[in-house]
Design a protein around this ligand. Structure first.
Ligand code: GNR
Ligand code: NI
Length: 173
């Protein structure tokens, strides 16, 4: 595995639809480990494989304050979502520095395989429920800014492109 880096919006690869994982094996455990490393390093609460340019249905999450409650979701499927929703501010490691409101179900039940290949059902609410929905969107090629108005989204796109140019200029001079 080459060094993982986080794709940044508006990278078109972020819109790739991931395929199901076919084997929970050593390769997958290694990938999950590398994803946790990059997620913790970036101080994020979740990371989808899509964000590291691997287009398989794999998510890593840790919403704990203590950063010691890793959760791996392989081939996740929402089996229930509350009708009740809430608008909460979201951020994304692929859209650094941008935070805006997104409407999500306040609670979900998600079915997924763990790193032992065992099928588990997780009942989630609060930040974990939000994070699961945010990460599962990544797996279908959706970034949270796509819920915002076209005007906001275009401003964010322009800002990200400018930021990238500035960084490239800084790195050569
Ligand atoms: O680190 C993250 N924080 C966050 C805050 C509110 C709602 C969703 C998130 S997920 C994000 C990490 C990320 O980009 N995962 O895809
Ligand atoms: Ni994200």
């Amino acid at each position: 595995m080459t060094q993982l880096t986080i794709l940044r919006y508006p990278d078109p690869r972020l819109h790739t639809v991931a395929i199901p994982v076919t084997a929970v094996d050593a390769r997958l455990r290694k990938l999950a480990g590398a994803m946790f490393e990059i997620m913790y390093e970036a101080a994020g609460i979740g990371l989808a494989a899509t964000q590291v340019d691997v287009h398989e249905r794999l998510i890593v999450i840790d919403v704990s304050e203590s950063r010691d409650q890793p959760l791996v979701l392989i081939n996740p499927a929402i089996v229930w979502a509350s009708a009740e929703t809430r608008v909460g501010d979201e951020g994304c490691l692929s859209v650094p520095g941008i935070y805006d409101g997104v409407e999500r179900s306040i609670a979900v039940k998600v079915q997924a395989l763990d790193l032992d290949g065992k099928l588990c059902v997780h009942s989630a609410e609060g930040m974990l429920a939000v994070c699961i929905q945010h990460e599962m969107d990544h797996l279908i090629g959706k970034v949270f800014v796509e819920y915002l108005s076209p005007l906001k989204r275009n401003r964010i796109k322009t800002k990200m492109i400018k930021q990238k140019k500035d960084e490239e200029r800084d790195s050569v001079s």
